[in-house]
Design a binder for this molecule. Structure first.
Ligand code: ZN
Ligand code: ZN
Length: 267
């Protein structure tokens, strides 16, 4: 059989209710975050004809439940290694009681290799230790960055040159401001330096990445309460246009939801 050479990536769930991304190369099948319950993870993998037994490893960005909900059961039931930064493990360890220590894998700030996949972790400003990832294989690059209050040069440098970028567009400023269900302290946390990216913040980072060659962006981790796919898309497209970047011409923008998205093949 012909070898494929390249990466395939698909978001299987995104947003405050749970995050799950599947990435594969010829040699590795990886889950990035596992914020759905184990049975739902298995169901969504089945849509790709992937069995849980085939997964090589789970990579986790941070300890919030929308990123680790299924980790304990999935990794213990199927005996899978779980990778997180050592700062993340400080809060994660006590939440994952079923997973044996031998399957708890730690990385540091440097990039590392899992089979034929290079993983470049970078720290994100969130209210707990949190990491984004760039993945490289066969001269292609894809990045995932969600749960960050702002971007900085170091983050953008790590993501720069990615063909495909999953980036958070968490909230619409007006919807968050008017949301009467949220106490002021929570609104401040979300909109703060260590909270989440607004649609405008996201557009600003996307512009920077488009100048560096990114041609496909997926708006991710939308708030169910304070955003909608249409609002996120329209705001980002409008903000990019102000900077001379036209959606569909210079970059393609899609929106990730709580349902499985599109497979991107990087060859
Ligand atoms: Zn989250
Ligand atoms: Zn979070």
């Amino acid at each position: 059989m012909l070898k494929f050479f390249g990466m395939r990536i698909i978001n299987l769930a995104s947003g405050s209710d749970g995050n799950l991304t599947y990435l594969e190369t010829d040699n590795i099948k990886l889950l990035v975050d596992i914020g759905l319950c184990c049975s739902e993870v298995v169901k969504r993998l089945a849509l790709l004809n992937v069995c849980p037994e085939q997964i090589d490893a789970v990579l986790v960005s941070h300890e919030h439940s929308d990123h680790i909900k299924g980790a304990d059961v999935f990794c213990s039931r199927y005996n899978k290694p779980i990778y997180a930064h050592y700062e993340v493990w400080k809060g994660l360890d006590e939440k994952l009681k079923k997973i044996p220590d031998s399957n708890k894998k730690m990385f540091e700030y440097e990039s590392f290799l899992l089979k034929d996949l290079t993983i470049i972790p970078f720290s994100l400003p969130h209210d707990v230790p949190c990491f984004g990832f760039a993945f490289e294989n066969n001269l292609k690059k894809v990045s995932i960055l969600t749960d960050l209050g702002h971007t900085n040069n170091r983050i953008l440098e790590c993501v720069q040159g990615s063909q495909v970028v999953y980036i958070e567009a968490n909230y619409d400023k007006e919807m968050l401001g008017k949301n009467e269900k949220y106490p002021l302290i929570l609104k401040r946390r979300i909109a703060g330096k260590n909270g989440h990216l607004s649609n405008e913040d996201s557009a600003c980072a996307i512009a920077n990445l488009v100048y560096g060659g990114t041609r496909q962006v997926i708006l991710s981790h939308l708030s169910r309460e304070n955003n909608s796919p249409k609002t996120a898309f329209d705001t980002v497209v409008r903000e990019l246009k102000k900077l001379g970047i036209v959606e569909g011409v210079h970059v393609r923008i899609d929106v990730a939801t709580n349902l499985p998205g599109v497979i991107f093949k990087l060859v």
